[in-house]
Design a protein. Structure first.
Length: 159
């Protein structure tokens, strides 16, 4: 059985750059603290599980190894440049073979059960999505092959 991989995508919680829509109402410092708390809680909750290997994909790249933002439980890699599709595909390519589930660190209701369900679905399907009410998604998973994967070409990504 191939190992399972959980990729958590995280934006460094910095004043003025985190939860910008909230900052208009709550202020930059409060919005930053909310972002930091949610990210830390989600990463800590999901990274301590022996059923999968957890990797934290960080942006901006220079915050990849700044420990004060992130729990120490997860390996960290830089997302690198490009649109969301490029930044998701890069760490997927660098992982060893096996199914991969991708989520963001800004989903406070995300539980281990969601990840378990996604991996279970990948036992019988090539892809799995966690659909959001706004038409987007909150989870993408794929059953990977040992060959190169380019799952997100020519997608128009929203912010």
């Amino acid at each position: 059985m191939l190992p399972k991989h959980l990729l958590i995508f995280a934006k460094a919680p910095r004043q003025g750059a985190a939860k910008t829509r909230l900052s208009a109402e709550l202020g930059r410092a409060t919005a930053c603290q909310i972002s930091r708390t949610i990210a830390y809680t989600v990463i800590k909750r999901l990274s301590n599980d022996t059923r999968w290997t957890c990797v934290l994909a960080v942006t901006p790249d220079q915050f990849t190894h700044v420990g004060r933002f992130w729990p120490h439980a997860a390996k960290r890699v830089a997302q690198g440049r490009g649109d969301l599709g490029v930044r998701m595909a890069r760490p997927v390519r660098e992982l060893p073979p096996g199914p991969v589930v991708m989520v963001g660190s800004d989903i406070p209701g995300l539980e281990k059960a969601h990840i378990v369900d996604a991996f279970r679905t990948l036992g019988r399907a090539h892809f799995v999505f966690g659909p959001a009410l706004d038409g987007g998604y909150w989870l993408i998973g794929m059953r990977r092959r040992p060959t190169a994967v380019a799952p997100f070409p020519n997608v128009n990504w929203s912010s």
